[in-house]
Design a binder for this molecule. Sequence first.
Ligand SMILES: [Ca+2]
Length: 308
Amino acid sequence: MRHLLLLLLACAAAFAQVPVIFDTDMGNDIDDALALALLHALESRGECRIIAVTITKDNPWAAPYIDIVNTFYGRPGIPIGMVKGSGVTPEDSLMIRVPAERGIYPHKLKSGADAPDAVAVLRQALASQPDHSVVIVQVGFSTNLAHLLDDPQLVARKVKLLVMMAGDFARPNPEYNIKMDIPSAQKLFRDWPTPIVASGFEIGNSMLFPASSITRDFPANHPVADAYKNHKKFPYDRPTWDITAALYAIRPDDGYFSLSEPGTISVDKTGVTTFVPAPAGKHRYLVINDAQRARALESMILLSGQPK
Ligand SMILES: [Ca+2]
């Protein structure tokens, strides 16, 4: 009887854990690393389960660095997929290369060339999960998810929600994640079959992750603090763009953010995003007030810097 009870409790816990896929351009800015750290902290708290990490930065150090972070948090088995063929931003990045070359962080992948195709990893991860259960957090370019749309039925069946750090809903400016792969972003907003919530440039830009947290909250030889210190001349504060998307994805009902009315987001040929309200629209974007901002920033700092 007791065993049965434990089994039921374990099943209930597994249900509560949101299966999450993190799709990232790891290496282009430090918020990707802090967002991955936050997801690991939330998994340690039983709130989510990272079922795959896929990469849209076409640089060989991204996969080893993600393997380092996953291994550091005790999850070396998370599948890692690499953009193949049509990836952008191949340029070098110290925040991923320096920790990977240091030789002090255990990991298996030595290069992105050793990682399987991101789209194959995405398909496998989705197929392994219950219907309408998976939350995808896309914090880089739309390259991989646009390719995944070659099988829209798999997406429609398995994905519950796509949360993206993408676009700018305060000004008509082409936002970086959109601008670097405009055709994929256009396709994604046009054809993605599930609800989408976008964290626009203006949300993360209004909350800076403080250098003081890197100094105070992270132990020595932490691969995320290591990346932070190698990304720009330390100390510096940096917008929380990708971290906001990860926080909303796992805790959508905690009031850190509010949502726009429903509508449709589209991308023009210069990468500018436009939101048109529509009652049946599948897209929304995050909005935030000052009280929410204080709470969201505090939570992002505490979770990203939580000791493993
Ligand atoms: Ca990013």
